[in-house]
Design a protein around this ligand. Structure first.
Ligand code: PLP
Length: 401
């Protein structure tokens, strides 16, 4: 096996440097634990942006992937593929009974939703094409997705963007009302903003958006790429506020670590995506779809929604206790195992000190400690992780103002 240095040298020579990478090489994962090339163990409280939701290398997921790999790895979408149909059934029966289009990532899922919203409006002859999206949202890195992402840092250098996107502050109904016009076809929102700092959309506001979409014949689209597949302690993030969208997008946790994304739409909306309008070579391929089915089965069989609720409540309570102790934590928010702790200062030192002590944790939006462990995390592992976090918080000096 190559050493850390050898792998990093290969990167420096051959891989485009578009990511800020840790000087570490990951070689093995097991449940909530990770190991680097030097044999050091880390507790993974981030699950790779909520991708490894059933933990690293869950034995049943490994078995499902191995079985499918030995049977049929790839077939094009000109054929029917049983794992894809089964995965669509899981999405429909755990959600709002929609029909699904499969792709390979969250950005592509949002592209599909944006295209569907436009073609649906155009099929109805309404001439509508505009979208309302929200400040501090994040929807991916393709052109329509960065346009939908109302954060200038993701758009700089890439203009001109896709026409027709308008931005409002989250939870601000008056501003949405001001922006909506006869040409608006859809509102796109994350039920909880992930990259933007674990900002929770309020129930009243989401209800207001639903009502407005119904009254004006617009579509309500939820980006569930981070909130979906159990992350919030329910199958889907929309089930926490109980506001049902017309379209939802998903990825990350869906394939347990294999590359898959999907867009699920109410059948009457999905009907607008007729042959020739949209496609993906790898979308819903047998391998990723079999992995997706295993993820749903594991969450169901192992009661992981309940575990996410219980462990989420425990984690939030422990973080609130830490908030009492240190002025470095100013707020704790989130649902299920999608948790944010607002810090009084930039969190990058805290993250690197935790990493040095064997805890892999994330900070987003500069000051929000983001905690998204696997859904099967145990109290013991949380305790071990929080002991490290507490130590680091106690040793951190408040940043000079
Ligand atoms: N939507 C949300 C809410 C996300 O958090 C992300 C990624 O972080 C995306 C979309 C983009 O997903 P991907 O990186 O798979 O394209």
């Amino acid at each position: 096996m190559a050493s850390t240095q050898e792998v990093i040298e290969l990167y420096n020579k051959y891989v485009i440097a578009n990511y800020k990478r840790l000087p570490l090489v990951a070689v093995k994962g097991d449940g909530a634990f990770l190991w680097d090339a030097d044999g050091k163990r880390y507790i993974d409280l981030f699950a790779g942006w909520a991708v490894t939701g059933v933990g690293h290398c869950h034995p049943r997921l490994v078995e499902a992937i191995a079985r499918q790999a030995a049977t049929l790895i790839y077939m094009p979408n000109t054929w029917h593929i049983e794992p894809q149909a089964r995965l669509a059934e899981w999405i429909a029966t755990t959600g709002f009974g929609g029909k699904t289009f499969f792709c390979n990532s969250g950005a592509e899922a949002n592209e599909a939703a944006i295209k569907l919203a436009r073609i649906h409006a155009s099929a109805k002859g309404k001439g509508r094409y505009k979208f309302i999206t929200f400040e501090n949202g994040f929807h991916g890195r393709t052109f329509a997705a960065i346009t939908a992402t109302a954060q200038p840092k993701y758009q700089e250098g890439f203009r001109p963007l896709v026409p027709g996107f308008m931005y409002a502050p989250l939870n601000d109904m008056a501003e949405v009302e001001r922006l909506v016009d006869e040409e608006t076809c859809a509102i796109l929102v994350e039920p909880i903003q992930g990259e933007g700092g674990i900002n929770v959309a309020t129930v009243e506001w989401l209800r207001g958006l639903r009502e407005m979409c119904d009254q004006r014949g617009m579509l309500l689209v939820f980006d569930e790429v981070q909130t979906g597949v159990g992350r919030c302690g329910t199958w889907w993030g929309y089930q926490v506020p109980g506001v049902v969208p017309d379209i939802m997008t998903m990825a990350k946790q869906l394939g347990g670590g294999t590359a898959i994304g999907a867009m699920c739409a109410k059948p009457e909306v999905a009907a607008s995506l007729v042959p020739g309008t949209h496609a993906s070579t790898f979308g819903g391929n047998p391998l990723a779809a079999a992995a997706g089915c295993a993820v749903f089965q594991i969450i169901k069989d192992e009661n992981l929604l309940e575990n996410a609720q219980q462990m989420g409540a425990y984690l939030r309570q422990r973080l609130l206790e830490l908030k009492q102790e240190t002025p470095l934590i100013t707020e704790v928010r989130g649902t299920g195992l999608m948790i944010g702790a607002e810090l009084a200062q930039n969190g990058s030192d805290l993250v690197s000190q935790c990493l040095a002590k064997g805890l892999y944790i994330n900070c987003t939006h500069d000051t929000v400690l983001r905690i998204m462990p696997p859904l099967n995390i145990t109290r013991e592992v949380i305790d071990e992780a929080l002991a490290i976090l507490t130590d680091v918080l106690r040793s951190l000096k408040p940043a000079a103002k």
